[in-house]
Design a protein around this ligand. Structure first.
Ligand SMILES: Nc1nc2c(ncn2[C@@H]2O[C@H](COP(=O)(O)OP(=O)(O)OP(=O)(O)O)[C@@H](O)[C@H]2O)c(=O)[nH]1
Length: 291
């Protein structure tokens, strides 16, 4: 899905999530394991207010597992439970219900002490575009409900999807916008496929990826493109990769656009192995004042 986030659209998205909040006991906030902070909505705390929440760090198969564990600790130190999952394969999903019941224990105990019979937990998934919301819903219900229930122009009541006997999910997830203001975050969103390529210059995105790989994963960069030494000069690096990958125009001149495309595609297709891009955001003042 392609979304342009105009202020009006943001207000509408926010309103839709806020309206549904009162229907659920808990929010499942889906983030991308490669960018657990950059893939969060900047106003999420304000939007979901005091509602209990579980952060689901999705696409864990594409991220560095050591980093993912550190992110889980990070969130838990802030008092938010977090789980690493892979919605594509269904890994880690079994723990969702158990942890949800731990989060909601007090509320459930209170209900029980007032003689209210235990009922299924009601939950809603929220997250930025492409983070895997529909995949997760489909996995949880093991059917292809999420997409088919979402035809435009079809007026429908709020639908609940049963996940086992003990949980019910809203069939439409809440789509929230990512942080746009920070260019670094923008590149990371582009590299993980959360925003359209046309929003940023492809050569800039590729340059960002190369610099990142050079800094944190130089061996993976060298081995992917069979380069002995990474040249300091960016043009030379592009040329070396372009030559290796046959990105040439007439006369043997390197096609920089094509080379950029190859690099970005390789990152998205995990050709450099699992990578976490949010390595250095833990101490950002903007983030800590947000939480
Ligand atoms: N490798 C991997 N891919 C995943 C995982 N979860 C989702 N995907 C892929 O990510 C892409 C986006 O998934 P969707 O479920 O369509 O994401 P969404 O959040 O519903 O997207 P919007 O409808 O744009 O809001 C798809 O190609 C999925 O197959 C995961 O855990 N691992």
């Amino acid at each position: 899905m392609t979304i342009q986030w105009f202020p009006g659209h943001m207000a509408k998205a926010r309103r839709q999530v806020t309206e549904k909040l009162k229907l659920v006991d808990i929010i499942f906030e889906l983030v991308d394991a490669r960018i657990p902070i950059s893939s969060r909505n900047p106003m999420i705390d304000e939007i979901i207010n005091q509602k209990p929440r579980l952060i689901l760090i999705n696409k864990a198969d594409m991220a560095d597992p050591v980093q993912t564990n550190q992110w889980i600790t990070y969130f838990e130190q802030k008092g938010i439970r977090a789980l690493a999952i892979n919605s594509d394969k269904g890994t880690g999903l079994q723990a969702i219900h158990k942890v949800t019941m731990e989060i909601l224990k007090e509320k459930w105990d209170r209900m029980e002490s007032r003689g209210i019979r235990p009922r299924a937990v009601r939950a809603m998934i929220v997250g930025i575009p492409n983070v895997g919301k529909s995949t997760l819903i489909n996995r949880l219900v093991k059917k292809n409900i999420a997409q088919t229930g979402n035809r435009p122009g079809v007026t429908k009541a709020q639908q609940w999807i049963k996940v086992g006997k003990e949980m019910e999910l809203l069939d439409t997830p809440g789509i929230l916008w990512p942080k746009f203001e920070d260019p670094e975050v923008g590149y990371r969103l582009a590299l993980t496929g959360a925003i359209k390529d046309t929003l940023l210059n492809l050569q800039d995105i590729a340059t960002y990826a190369l610099r990142f790989l050079e800094t944190y994963y130089p061996d993976r960069l060298k081995s992917r493109y069979e380069i002995e030494e990474i040249p300091d000069d960016l043009v030379q690096l592009f040329e070396a990769i372009g030559k290796r990958r046959g990105c040439l125009m007439g006369g043997g001149i390197i096609d920089f656009d094509k080379t950029a495309e190859v690099i970005v595609r390789d990152v998205r297709n995990v050709q450099f192995g699992p990578i976490t891009f949010d390595l250095d955001l833990l101490e950002r003042p903007a983030e800590s004042s947000n939480e």
